[in-house]
Design a protein around this ligand. Sequence first.
Ligand code: ARG
Length: 562
Amino acid sequence: MDFKSYIAEKIAVAAEGDKEAILALIEKPKDEAMGDAAFPCFSLSRVLRKAPNMIAADLSEKIASDDVIGEVRAVGGYLNFFFNKKLFVSELAEKIIKEGDSYGKSTDGEGKNVVIDFSSPNIVKPFHVGHLFSTAVGNSLSRIYDFLGYKVEKLNYLGDWGTQFGKVITAYKMWGDKEIVEKDPINELNKLYVRFHEEAEKDSSLEDRARSEFHLLETGDEENYGLWNWFREVSIEEFKKVYDKMGITFDSYNGEAFFAKRTDSIVGELKEKNLLTLSEGAYIVEFPDMPPSIVLKQDGSTIYTTRDLASAEYRANTYNFDKNIYVVGLPQSLHFKQIFAILEKLGKDYAKNCTHVGFGTVKFATGAMSTRSGNVVLLETVLSEAINKTAEIMRANGNSEEDIADAANKVGIGAIFYTFLKNSREKDIIFDWDDILDFNGESGPYVQYSYARGKSVMRKAEITDYSGASFDYDITPEEYSLCKLLSEFTDTVRAASEKNEPFYINRYVTNVAKAFNKFYNTTPILKGEESVMKARLLITEATTICIKNALALLGINTVERM
Ligand code: ARG
């Protein structure tokens, strides 16, 4: 039963209006005590030549309560509807259980392609928690779009080209050791990079050497190319191990190096359209409303911007995207504005479908992170700390070693994802372990615990056959609030996709967990008549399905026991 549509039909008949127009106006009352659906009568007042409150009063008399509508009330200019609770709850629980893993999915995106550029770490520079932010948001968005029926391409646009390779090649040639790099590539390459900067402060000739090493690399020098390729391969291998732990895969690792070789055509177009101006040794594009953007060095070598232009064009041709999303920190806002503006100037239709999805910075008690000083908190450290701390807490809570072994990874990593997706992404994050792993606060573990609690109730009941379940009892307010929330899942996912804000789902699933715990604490699920017990177990199961599906959209796995 589609309650809203049913109500719209009734109003349309009573007011002699258009059903679709009425349906579009039906809202959810702010306060649950005001009902389940509300129709603002203002829209009818011109046609009916009556004050809205009069219309509401009239309609409330014409529309009788029935099997579907429990009650109709006129409140001011609004017509408030209360659903038949038993019907609502029983139909919803049945639907959720029938749909299972698919509950909440939609086909909104059928036939549409979404490209998501996320994580995109830099080789030789560390994979730090800023990249983790991008990883968490991008991973979640890719799951959200997929859930809504879009075809999603997950792109890891590696920072695998640029002058930093001249530096690290210089450092490697001077102080590097093959075996040491092989053992722990990401950290060792980063150490060499950091050492380069320390030594270059004392000896400025190192910068010149780095420039010429990079030039050699660009012009195809065999030794430097070999080193670069090796650095790249061992780094990707390491990244993949970490992504694997987080349950993340990519469709492509084509990064800046791949596109550095493919800039000729876009640069050609820029020249043809007379968009390039030579200024202080570089080719720039000027804009009326923002600073100019350097697009090319005078010697023709490419920079970050050139490669991003080439890759946007490539994405348009390869994926024919409806949306091209860049999940990159806010400090790069201007860069993306410039890129999109240049594409506009070039007359690229797809420019309007490119979006920068920015996010804030991650702060620790000790201050923001920096790449060069080496004073960074590395991704792997963060993940393993989360896992170890989770295991400790679970041990203290009296969980068995078996449960800990299964759960610590999922809960630990889930707690990190939850933290990154907790607030509107543009807000900064203060990284605080006590909050992240607060099993009683607004945290990943809290939601996961609520899920496990539901599962535990179901195990205790030992019922596999729910026939005979009956909702013919006084549905409690807690039960009803919970079910109302469960019914709002798809709308929430849609809203999250419209704003590219996974936190909508995070807040939603947290509210579901809270509502479930209220229900659990106020309602004796396993006591009372069997038909009622079965009905409440169905609500419990429906809740676990909804939590699981929602957490999956955040990249978080559930655990059966914790
Ligand atoms: N590697 C870049 C960084 O760490 C992010 C790349 C984002 N993607 C892009 N197409 N520019 O800052």
